[in-house]
Design a protein around this ligand. Structure first.
Ligand code: SIN
Length: 318
């Protein structure tokens, strides 16, 4: 099953030589897969779930995608799911699907760095590779297949803003590669198990808990946190449906260290019932607990995934 959500893979530019001045999410998944021969013995069925630039991903689209993938995974005739997705938030969607669905079947996300109109567009090969991985015996879990590499949802991150080999699994490395429709694995397929009990809560039409993500930096005063707390107070006092902040994830410097101003503001946030988690803004490595960051609980995830992890934690405690 192929699901379309938009992205650059479905993007169009006015000029075939233009790799950056395009509009994402213009072509349907049916357009993108027209004439594409899937792996042998597999019938390709394409379905449009959304049509967005993934920078605009929101809880509504995630909920729709979670619901549809969950349904498809329960269908015996479905061997695997391939999702065409914008690259900008692909790692977030991959993490969310893995954390909630933990699928024993393969769910493979892919996309492109160049629009479908580009002379040397990368989308068709990525799509063919994703289908090959989804059809591979034993493949399971949520993965990102991009530029010939197979990444697990847990470790994958977008690491380049322009090049076609835009994804990386950091210190963990990719699970393997896909070459001419053959998978060569460097590591075993992800271990998968049961679906999270949170699925029902997440599929309800209610709002998911609001979690903000901030970064510590030179001259970080904590002012943004104080502003968030002031806004939260007003929202709670007025009783208006203003979605007060429930959690804050801070990408700290180095091993999760924070400026003194941020520490004070976050301690106040925590005392007012806002959950605080710290991770690292470093592109490589994960916070090692026991250091300066232990003023607050830490998450050994990059910030975009840590934000979702805290949101899921808040749903679990609701
Ligand atoms: C997007 O994330 O939807 C646009 C950028 C991309 O797909 O590379």
């Amino acid at each position: 099953m192929l699901l379309g959500t938009g992205g650059t893979i479905a993007g169009q530019a006015a000029d075939a030589s233009d790799n950056v001045g395009y509009t994402a999410a213009q072509l349907s998944i049916a357009d993108l897969t027209h004439g594409l021969a899937g792996p042998e013995g597999m019938v390709l069925v394409a379905e449009q779930v959304a049509q967005i630039d993934s920078k605009d991903m929101d809880d509504g689209v995630w909920r729709k995608l979670l619901a549809r993938v969950n349904e498809l995974l329960g269908d015996e005739s479905v061997k695997g799911v391939v999702i065409a997705h914008g690259t900008d938030t692909m790692e977030e969607t991959a993490y969310l699907l893995q954390a909630v669905l933990n699928p024993a079947k393969p769910v493979v996300l892919t996309g492109a760095m160049r629009p479908a109109t580009a002379v040397l567009c990368d989308g068709p090969q990525n799509l063919a590779d994703a289908l090959a991985v989804a059809a591979w015996p034993g493949a399971r879990g949520v993965m990102v297949v991009f530029a010939g590499k197979i990444h697990s949802a847990l470790h994958v991150q977008k690491s380049h803003c322009y090049q076609t080999d835009a994804f990386d699994s950091g210190d963990a490395g990719p699970l393997g590669v896909v070459e001419e429709a053959n998978c060569r694995l460097w590591q075993p397929w992800p271990v998968t198990g049961n679906r999270s009990v949170l699925i029902n809560a997440l599929l309800k039409p209610a709002r998911w808990p609001r979690v903000e993500w901030l970064t510590s930096h030179g001259n970080a005063t904590g002012r943004l946190v104080w502003d968030l707390l002031a806004q939260r107070r007003l929202q709670i006092q007025s009783g208006a449906d203003g979605d007060p902040v429930r959690g804050i994830v801070v990408a700290g410097t180095g091993n999760g260290t924070l400026s003194e101003g941020l520490i004070q503001a976050l301690e106040e946030a925590q005392s007012q019932g806002v959950e605080v988690r710290v991770c690292s803004r470093c592109a490589r490595g994960r916070v090692v607990s026991g250091g300066a960051a232990t003023v607050f609980d830490t998450l050994a995830l990059p910030p975009a995934k840590a934000r979702l992890a805290l949101m899921l934690d808040l749903v679990a405690r609701a």
